[in-house]
Design a protein around this ligand. Sequence first.
Ligand SMILES: *[C@@H]1O[C@H](CO)[C@@H](O)[C@H](O)[C@H]1NC(C)=O
Ligand SMILES: *[C@@H]1O[C@H](CO)[C@@H](O)[C@H](O)[C@H]1NC(C)=O
Ligand SMILES: *[C@@H]1O[C@H](CO)[C@@H](O)[C@H](O)[C@H]1NC(C)=O
Ligand SMILES: *[C@@H]1O[C@H](CO)[C@@H](O)[C@H](O)[C@H]1NC(C)=O
Ligand SMILES: *[C@@H]1O[C@H](CO)[C@@H](O)[C@H](O)[C@H]1NC(C)=O
Length: 557
Amino acid sequence: MIKLRLFLSCIAFLSPILHIKGDDFKEEMFIKPIPPSHLYVYFQFLTVANGEESFEHSHLAPRSLGEIVSRYQVEELHLTLTEGQWKHNEWGYPVLDAAPGAELYVWFSPEVVDVDTQWKKLSSTLSGLFCASLNFIENMNTISPKMALWPAGVTGKSNHNITSQLRYASLPREIVCTENLTPWKKLLPCGSSHGFSSLLNSRMIHNTNYHSIGVHVRRMCADSSCVETNLEIKQTVALVYDFKIIKSMDWSIRKLFGQGLPGACPLSSSSKIYVDTTSNNSYPFKLHPEPNSIMLSHRGGSELELAVYDINHSNMMNVRASYEENNEIFVKIPPPLTFNRYVLGYGKEFGGIVTELSNNYWAPIDVVLLENAPWWLPIQLSTLRINGEADSKLIMSKYYSPGRNRQKPYHLELLIKLPPKTTTTVTIDFEFVYLKWQEYPPDANHGFYIGSALISANLPTAKNYTSLPITGSTFDSIINASKPWYPIVFRTNGAIVSLPTPDFSMPYNVICLACTVVALAFGPLNNICTKEVVLKLTGAPVSLKQKIFNIFKKKKD
Ligand SMILES: *[C@@H]1O[C@H](CO)[C@@H](O)[C@H](O)[C@H]1NC(C)=O
Ligand SMILES: *[C@@H]1O[C@H](CO)[C@@H](O)[C@H](O)[C@H]1NC(C)=O
Ligand SMILES: *[C@@H]1O[C@H](CO)[C@@H](O)[C@H](O)[C@H]1NC(C)=O
Ligand SMILES: *[C@@H]1O[C@H](CO)[C@@H](O)[C@H](O)[C@H]1NC(C)=O
Ligand SMILES: *[C@@H]1O[C@H](CO)[C@@H](O)[C@H](O)[C@H]1NC(C)=O
C-alpha cells in the first residue's frame, strides 16, 4: 500500500516531465437531487490517449482496452451494463441513457470487410475483459441500425457507408454485479485506490435503485485541422439512490459511499464535483462546505445552475447537503419527450407490442423509433398501426428487415413526426412461436425478456425543464452552447412475454407418482413374501364375557 502510494506520488511529481502530448485524464462527479424521492449521482472518468500508432506509449490509457480497439479496428465502441430501469417521466433525463441488462454497439473501421466475424470475436473478447455474458451476442440477436444511431466522434475516412460498419446488440437478461465492477475499475489509471473511483465500492453501489456502468470509446480531433485523431475513453457510473433507503433527504458523500473522498487521483489534470442546485427553488438546501464556484449554463433558453468543487490532492473531504423543512407540493414539469412500452394480448397465440410516445412540447418533434424483436417473436409489418390507423401520415420513412428462425432478429425503424402536445401510439402484432425443448431457459415460466426499443431525437432546448445532454465530453464544455437543439438517444423499458411453455414438471410428477406406488406396494408384498407366519398360543380361548370384563378392569387401573 505504501509502495503504491509512493509510486503514485512519484508519478504525480514526474507527470509534467513524463507528460506525453495529448495524454490527459479527468475525473468528474455530478450530483443531482430529484426531490422528493431520489438522488442521481453520475461519475465520469475521461482518458485521452494520443494518436493511433503510439497508443502503447500512453501511460494513462488502459492497455487491455487499447489492444482490443486496435486489433479489431474499432472506430467507436459503447458498452453499458445496467441494473434497474431509468424512469424518464419521474427522474428527467440521465446524462447518458442505457438499456437494462447489457448493451453493446460498435462502429468498425471501413477497412474491416467481414464485419460479422469481427463483431463476434470482439464481443467474446470483451466478455472476457468485463466478466459479462457478452459471448451470447450472435447474429441471432444483432442488428445494424440504419437511422437511430450515429457516431459521437469523428469517423476516419469520410464518405464511407457508416451504417454497414455498425453492429448493435442488447442482452436484457444480463445481471450486473461486483464481478463486472472490478475489471471496470482496473481500466482507470488510479485503479480503486485513489480519486473518485475509491468511492465505488460494490457494497454501496448495489444498494441503489438503479446502477449502470459504461465504457465509451471514440475518436476525437487532436487539433482544429483534424489530421490526427486522439482516442477518448469515457468510463461512466450512474447511480440512483432512494431517499427512503438513506433514510432522509439530507445526503453526504460519506452517507452515500460509506466513506469520505480521499482527494483527487494524482494523475488527473482536473477533479471536479458538480452539484445541480436547480431544485433549490422548490426544496431549499444548504451545501457544506461552500462550493468553490457557481457555474451558470445557458443552452438555448434553458438555465442550469451548478455548484462546483475543485478537489485537491491528498486532503480528505466530504460534501454534505442539509434540507430545510418543506411541505410544499412540488409540481414537476414533464420533459419534452416521454414514452412507455407494454405488451398486449392474452392466451398463447397472438400478442402485440405498444409504444406510446408523448410530445409535451409546443412544436412537432421528429423521432426515430427502432423496434428490435427476437426471431421467436415474429412481428409483421402489415399489422403496424399508428394511433389505430394502418396507413398513417405521421410516418415519414421506414425500414423493415424480417427475421429468420434461429438466424436473424426482426428489425423495424420508423421516422415519425410527433404532433405537439399529443401522445402517439405505435402498435405492432406478433405471433408466439414454439421453441425446441433445449432452447427454453431453466426458469421458462418466468417469461422471456424482449429488449428495449431505441428512440432517437433532436430535442429542442426549452426553458421549462432541465436535463443534461452531453454532446461535448466534459461538463465544462456544455456551458453556453448556442445550439437550439441537441441529439439524444433513449431506451424504453424492456418487457417480458410468456411463450407457450411445455409442462416441464410432468416427468417429475410421473416419477414421483410411480415411486410412491412402488413404495406403498413394496412393504406389504415384502412382508408377505419374506415373513414366516407363526401361530401364537395364549392358553385357553377367552370368552366374550371375559373380554368385556377385561376392558373395564383396564379402565379401573
Ligand atoms: C450501404 O451499404 C448497404 C449494404 O451494405 C447498401 O444497401 C446501401 O445502399 C449502401 N449505401 C450507400 C450510400 O452506399
Ligand atoms: C438555496 O437557496 C437558499 C435561499 O433561498 C440559499 O440560502 C442557499 O444557499 C441555496 N443553496 C444552494 C445550494 O445554492
Ligand atoms: C484547492 O486548491 C486551490 C488553490 O491551491 C484553492 O483555491 C482551493 O480552495 C482548494 N480546494 C479545496 C477543496 O481545498
Ligand atoms: C414553458 O412555459 C411557458 C410559459 O411559462 C409555456 O407557455 C410553455 O408552454 C412551457 N413549455 C413547456 C414545454 O411546458
Ligand atoms: C455563460 O453565459 C452567462 C450569461 O450569458 C455568463 O454569465 C457566464 O459567465 C457564461 N459562462 C461561461 C463559462 O462562459
